[in-house]
Design a protein around this ligand. Structure first.
Ligand code: ZN
Length: 504
C-alpha cells in the first residue's frame, strides 16, 4: 500500500477514525438537541411543498411582540396584508379581535353562570386587547368597535377593489386576565388563545361577525401565513402554533415562529415548561408541561394519534404539532399546530382528549368548517377519530365497546326539545349538553356511514374530504355531496336523520 501501513495498523487507524467520528457526532447531538428531547432530528422538519404552494395565495400576518410577565401584558405591532376576496368594492376592513370580550364580565365567554367559578374563582379579572393605533396603507385611521364585546373591529378603507391587497398595521396591548381559560393566566402559565386579531371571514357571501359565545369554539377564520417574533425575559418559552427554539441574549429570550397556511396563531408562555419531543413519521411532536412525565405522556398519545390518523385519512400536512398543559375547564382546546390540554386530566381521559384535539389538526384546522352554525362538522368527526385511536391502541373489541359507550349510549339521553347535533352553538345551554349532542350523537352519523359503506369506504371518503377541502372552510353540503359520491347513493336523508331530527 502507498501509505506503507501494515494491515493491522490500517485496521487500528480505521477503528480510531470510527470511534472519533462517533464521539464527535454524539457531542454535536448533545449540543444542538432541544432540552429534554429524545428522538428528534438535528434540523426541524420543514413545511412541505404542497403547503408552501397553497400558501402563496393566502394573506400574511406578521407580529412583533414583547411579553412582560409581571404586568401580564403583550405589547405588539401587527402587520396584515389582506386581499379583498369578496368580489365587491368595500369601504371597510372587518377584523375579529376575540380577546376584547374578556374586558367585561357581561361579555366574557369565561363568565357564564356555568364557567365563572371554574375560570375566575371568586372575582372577575379584566383582560383583553386595547388598540393604540391603526393604519391602512400607511395612513392613520380611526377604528370602530362594532359590538359591545369589542370583538368586531372595523377600519375605514377608501375604495377597496375586488382582488386588491391592502396593508393594515395595528399597535396594541394585550392584557392577560387572571382566568383559567384559553385566554388567561394561572399558576405560571400565560395562555394566549384567540389573542391576536384576524380578518373576519367571508363565508358563502357573508362577512361573519358572530358573537363570542361561552359554549363551543366560537371562532372561524381563513388560512393565512403567520410570522410571530416574541421577546420574553430569559427563562420563558412559548408553546405555539409554529415551533421554534428560543435564542437567549443577555436578559431576554427571543422566539421567532413561522407558520404558513394556518387559521390562527395561539401560544402559551411559561418559565416552568418541561418538554418532551417525539417523531410521528415526518411530524415532530413537542409537548410542554409542568412535569417531564406529563409532557412525555402527552407526546406519546399524540404520536399514537398522528400515526393512526395519517394511516387512515392521509397526512394533514403540517411539520409540527405542539401540545401544552393549561389550567381550564374545557378538557382541550385546538388551534392550528397547537393543542391546549387541561392540566387536571390523567390516564384514559388524557389519552382520549389528546386524541380528540390531535384529530382537529385534520378536522377544523386543515379542513375548516363553520364552528358556529355546523359545529358537529369538526367535533363529531374528531369524536369519531377517537374511536379509530381506541381501535389502533387497544384493538377492535375496545373500539366496539367505545362505539356503544361514547356514541350509541348518547342517543338514549333526553335533551331539550329542538336541540339536535346539527344545531348552531347558541342552542346549547351548557358544555355537557353540547358535548353529548354535538360530539357524541353527532359521531353516530359517521358510525352509520361506516355501516353503510364499510370502514375502508369511510376512510376513503375522509381522505377525499381532506384533499378536496384542505385550507378551505368546508360546508355541510360539500361533505354531504362527497359522502353521496362515496356511498354511490344519495345520503341526504341519513344526514337529516342524524343531524336534524329530534329523537323521541
Ligand atoms: Zn373538539
Amino acid at each position: 500500500m502507498k501509505d506503507g501501513l501494515t494491515q493491522q495498523e490500517r485496521r487500528k487507524a480505521w477503528l480510531y477514525a470510527i470511534v472519533i467520528t462517533a464521539g464527535l457526532l454524539l457531542a454535536g447531538w448533545l449540543i444542538v438537541r432541544p432540552m429534554g428531547s429524545a428522538s428528534v432530528p438535528a434540523t426541524l422538519p420543514a413545511e412541505n411543498d404542497a403547503l408552501l404552494h397553497a400558501a402563496q395565495a393566502m394573506d400574511a400576518i406578521s407580529i412583533d411582540a414583547a411579553f412582560d410577565p409581571a404586568a401580564r401584558t403583550l405589547t405588539a405591532t401587527q402587520t396584515m396584508t389582506l386581499r379583498n376576496r369578496t368580489g365587491q368594492m368595500l369601504t371597510q376592513a372587518t377584523l375579529r379581535s376575540y380577546s376584547g370580550a374578556y374586558l367585561s364580565q357581561e361579555t366574557s365567554p369565561a363568565a357564564s353562570d356555568e364557567l365563572f367559578t371554574a375560570c375566575y374563582g371568586e372575582r372577575f379579572s379584566t383582560g383583553g386587547l386595547l388598540l393604540d393605533e391603526a393604519s391602512v396603507n400607511g395612513e392613520a385611521v380611526r377604528h370602530t368597535w362594532e359590538d359591545n364585546a369589542r370583538t368586531v373591529l372595523s377600519l375605514p378603507v377608501a375604495a377597496w377593489a375586488p382582488n386588491e391587497v391592502i396593508t393594515i398595521r395595528l399597535q396594541y396591548h394585550v392584557y392577560i386576565p387572571l382566568c383559567q381559560s384559553r385566554f388567561g393566566y394561572h399558576d405560571g402559565v400565560y395562555a394566549l388563545g384567540n389573542a391576536f386579531p384576524v380578518a373576519a371571514p367571508w363565508v358563502e357571501g357573508e362577512c361573519r361577525t358572530d358573537a363570542y359565545h361561552a359554549v363551543g369554539d366560537p371562532f372561524i377564520s381563513e388560512c393565512a401565513n403567520w410570522t410571530v417574533r416574541l421577546t420574553m425575559p430569559k427563562g420563558y418559552r412559548a408553546a405555539a402554533t409554529g415551533y421554534a427554539e428560543t435564542a437567549e441574549t443577555g436578559d431576554s429570550a427571543v422566539q421567532t415562529m413561522t407558520a404558513h397556511g394556518v387559521r390562527d396563531f395561539a401560544l402559551a408562555i411559561s418559565d416552568q415548561w418541561h418538554t418532551a419531543m417525539r417523531m410521528a413519521g415526518d411530524t415532530m411532536v413537542a409537548a410542554f408541561a409542568r412535569t417531564e412525565d406529563k409532557a412525555g405522556q402527552m407526546a406519546e398519545y399524540a404520536v399514537q394519534a398522528l400515526n393512526c390518523y395519517t394511516a387512515r385519512y392521509g397526512s394533514c400536512g403540517y411539520p409540527t404539532l405542539t401540545l401544552c398543559e393549561v389550567d381550564f375547564p374545557y378538557g382541550g382546546m385546538e388551534y392550528p399546530r397547537l393543542a391546549m390540554i387541561a392540566s387536571d386530566l390523567t390516564g384514559q381521559d388524557l389519552a382520549y382528549t389528546v386524541a380528540h384535539e390531535t384529530a382537529h389538526q385534520w378536522w377544523g384546522v386543515t379542513v375548516g368548517s363553520d364552528s358556529y352554525r355546523q359545529p358537529w362538522q369538526d367535533e363529531a368527526l374528531c369524536e369519531y377519530a377517537v374511536l379509530d385511536f381506541i381501535g389502533a391502541t387497544q384493538g377492535d373489541a375496545a373500539r366496539e365497546a367505545a362505539v356503544y359507550q361514547r356514541v350509541e349510549a348518547a342517543l338514549q339521553v333526553t335533551v331539550p326539545r329542538g336541540v339536535t347535533p346539527g344545531s348552531p352553538i347558541d342552542y346549547f345551554a351548557d358544555l355537557d349538553e353540547y358535548t353529548l349532542v354535538v360530539y357524541q350523537r353527532g359521531a353516530a352519523l359517521f358510525t352509520a356511514l361506516e355501516k353503510l359503506m364499510g370502514k375502508d369506504g369511510l376512510d376513503a371518503l375522509l381522505r377525499r374530504y381532506l384533499e378536496a377541502c384542505r385550507y378551505t372552510i368546508a360546508t355541510r353540503n360539500e361533505l354531504e355531496a362527497l359522502a353521496s359520491q362515496a356511498a354511490g347513493m344519495d345520503v341526504s336523508a341519513l344526514f337529516l336523520d342524524y343531524l336534524d331530527t329530534e329523537l323521541r
